[in-house]
Design a protein around this ligand. Structure first.
Ligand code: SF4
Ligand code: F3S
Ligand code: FES
Length: 252
């Protein structure tokens, strides 16, 4: 005979956490069609799971051809930025319960970049802009015998922009970038900022001149989409304003 405790446990496990959720995914396969189209998938999922878990369920259980990038699944590698319900987010950091699962969840590739297949875009122009700002420490003179020292105050100066994971959520949410894709974009400027304001670096002038270009910082219209989109909470627009100010004052 079941004890009261056992009955209680059984009643608890009877309640399934699963709900039916519709994923409305923007599909594109250049081998099949020149046009992208929406496809709906209905899956059973715990709303405490993430959009990435939903995409995995679709890929592993329903349609193995669904194509998207992801690696770490924990908000570190930056590879799964996508437009979820019209907003740039990381699929691995977006809980289904937080985005109204009663309605279809739309999932699209990030904007302003060439779509290669489904949710995968060509990131090469994005990474070229990143490489163009020389995202590495440049120093002259002899190597120090120990570490290059820096005060806590100097380190704090660029702390925010060290957090970038190069996910492109900012650049692909910027209307100036959507316009022609020539603008360096907020991510490249954030990564230039990280070195311009590093007291150990000696190439700030070079980086500032690179960003003084017609496709550089002056194209930013202070729209703030980039700041809203950043999954790392970086104050992107503020960093861009600091680079603009450094260009005018030559103080950094
Ligand atoms: Fe992503 Fe933020 Fe870096 Fe932009 S600044 S690439 S949104 S982490
Ligand atoms: Fe674009 Fe951000 Fe400037 S969205 S216009 S880079 S403030
Ligand atoms: Fe690495 Fe989402 S999979 S950030």
């Amino acid at each position: 005979m079941a004890t009261p405790t056992m009955e209680k446990t059984a009643a608890k496990t009877d309640v399934s956490p699963y709900i039916t959720v519709t994923f409305r995914v923007r599909r594109f396969n250049p081998e099949l069609s020149d046009e992208a189209q929406w496809q709906d998938f209905q899956i059973e999922i715990d709303p405490k799971e993430r959009v990435l878990d939903g995409l995995h369920k679709i890929k592993w259980d329903v349609d193995g051809s669904l194509t998207f990038r992801r690696s770490c699944a924990h908000g570190i590698c930056g590879s799964d930025a996508m437009r979820i319900n019209g907003k740039n987010r990381l699929a691995c950091k977006t809980l289904i319960k937080d985005i109204n699962p009663e309605k279809p969840i739309t999932v699209e590739p990030i904007k302003g970049m060439t779509v290669l297949k489904d949710l995968v875009v060509d990131m090469e122009p994005f990474f070229q802009a990143y490489r163009d700002v020389m995202p590495f420490l440049i120093t002259s003179g002899n190597e120090p015998t120990r570490e290059r020292l820096q005060s806590a105050e100097d380190r704090e100066r660029f702390d925010d922009t060290t957090k970038c994971i190069l996910c492109a959520a900012c650049t692909s949410s910027c209307p100036v970038f959507w316009n022609d894709g020539q603008y360096f974009g907020p991510a490249a400027i954030v990564n230039a900022h990280r070195f311009i304001f590093d007291s150990r670096d000696e190439a700030a002038e070079q980086r500032l001149e690179i960003l003084n270009d017609k496709d550089g910082v002056w194209r930013c219209r202070t729209t703030f989409n980039c700041t809203d989109a950043c999954p790392r909470g970086i104050e992107v627009t503020k960093a861009i304003a600091e680079v603009k100010r450094a260009l005018i004052t030559r103080r950094y």
